[in-house]
Design a protein around this ligand. Structure first.
Ligand code: ADP
Ligand code: ASP
Ligand code: MG
Length: 411
């Protein structure tokens, strides 16, 4: 008998009808004799709806209260799913994050899980019940409700699987696995049978929202067997695995990720003296703005241009800080650009192949797409381009790295 944690995302519980379908699916597993813990998201659109409500009161709602409110989305779906299970004869019980005691730090809207008390869940399983747990939420030491960041139900699922020492964590969603790139953007994207934790971590952090990055971190750290599957279609899904297979067919690139959530800031004509980077990025960091890519160019007249990217939500804040810095340092000008996108190719195969970056640049050049910034690591190359070329770039790279599905196989 296995212990399985199954997480169902927003679209999979998006209506009463779907919740009943999920209940029927859970029943099938349970009838085989497995112990099941189910984690659910809020109904699709609900978290956005709640955030919009809060924004009608204040552009920057108090984070503690925002968490009290957005956590209600998941409280509705756990109860509905438990009811649906009971209706079809499956003993079930629902728990909020604080009732389980999913203990987190106090960083409202982006809290981290510190500890999970698994006692109560084990007790319920022993009594023969399916336990339905609210995703995305926890409670801090002082008893405040916290949430784990957008997409955080994935992390609840994986963290519960780790705490319960489950045999597998299954992430059920509206696609049938992890694809070479977002199948909604590239019709020829292909489902991957397997992807390594390391690659999945890069994909998630570079913009593939199919799994929340912290869920992948958790799964890697605690060796949780993790699989992404379609909620309502049969199929093997995608296994996130530790082993890097050395097969002849190992592609150089496993996937392409992209992200429209960044903005670019440039400060031009800064006197080029030691400590420039610190003088610019110190205040940015003090303003709690995280910087992603950085490029510095030195001009002939002993000045330097310094460009970096930040999350689009932080753009106005960063721009204000940078304008202050420019005045203090006597810089020529500050330029901001929100119409950018980041495209990244990811693959452990890059370690053993040279020329991957130039192949990427060639593919973009052929489409006349200008590269504004570049950053590389051992298993990824990222570029910043103009946002309007994003889809074209992703498709061109998908073809250039031979990831396209054979004719007729794509979605
Ligand atoms: P859920 O509500 O189930 O958590 P999400 O919307 O968070 O679902 O994640 C699933 C979506 O992730 C898919 O609908 C797909 O558009 C998107 N996605 C982005 N990149 C990928 C990828 N590489 N493989 C599969 N899906 C991807
Ligand atoms: N409901 C939350 C969100 O929309 C958490 C999740 O779905 O994973 O971000
Ligand atoms: Mg999600």
């Amino acid at each position: 008998m296995a212990l399985i944690v199954q997480k169902f995302g927003g679209t999979s519980v998006g209506s009463v009808d779907r919740i009943e379908q999920v209940a029927a699916k859970v029943k099938k597993f349970r009838d085989k004799g497995d112990d099941i813990v189910v984690v659910v998201s809020a109904m699709s659109g609900e978290t956005n709806r709640l955030i919009d409500l809060a924004k009608q009161i204040s552009e920057q709602p108090v984070a503690r209260e925002l968490d009290v409110m957005v956590s209600t989305g998941e409280q509705v779906t756990i109860a509905l799913l438990a009811m649906a299970l009971i209706k079809i004869g499956v003993p079930a019980v629902s728990y909020t994050g604080s009732q389980v005691r999913i203990l987190t730090d106090s960083a409202h809207t982006k809290a981290r899980i510190l500890q999970i008390d698994s006692q109560q869940i084990h007790k319920e399983l022993k009594a023969g019940r399916v336990v339905v747990v609210a995703g995305f939420q926890g409670v801090d030491e002082a008893g405040n409700i916290t949430t784990l960041g957008r997409g955080g139900s994935d992390t609840t699922g994986v963290a519960l699987a780790a705490a319960l020492k489950a045999d597998e964590c299954q992430i059920y969603t509206d696609v049938d696995g992890v694809y070479t790139t977002d199948p909604r953007v590239v019709a020829k994207a292909q489902r991957l049978d397997k992807i390594t934790f390391e690659e999945m971590l890069e994909m998630a952090s570079l913009g593939s929202k199919v799994l929340q990055i912290r869920a992948v971190e958790f799964a890697g750290k605690y060796s949780v067997p993790l699989r992404v599957l379609h909620s309502f279609q049969e199929g093997p899904g995608t296994l996130i695995t530790l082993d890097e297979e050395e097969s002849m067919e190992q592609p150089i690139i496993s996937g392409i990720a992209f992200n429209r959530d960044e903005a670019k800031l440039t400060i031009r004509g800064v006197p080029d003296t030691p400590g420039v980077a610190f003088k610019i990025l110190g205040p940015i960091s003090s303003a709690n703005v995280e910087v992603d890519m950085i490029v510095q160019n030195v001009a002939h007249d002993n000045t330097t241009d310094f460009t970096f990217t930040v999350h689009r939500n932080d753009y106005h804040n960063a721009l204000q800080v940078l304008e202050g810095i420019a005045r203090d340092m006597g810089a020529r000008e500050v330029i901001g650009d929100v119409d950018i996108a980041k495209v990244s190719i990811v693959g452990v195969g890059m370690r053993s192949h040279a020329g991957v970056a130039s192949r990427m640049f060639e593919a973009l050049a052929k489409e006349n797409i200008n590269i504004q910034m570049i950053s590389t690591s051992e298993i990824k190359v990222s570029v910043v381009i103009e946002e309007k070329y994003l889809e074209l770039a992703v498709r061109a790279l998908h073809t250039a790295f031979e990831l396209d599905a054979p004719a007729g196989k794509g979605e």
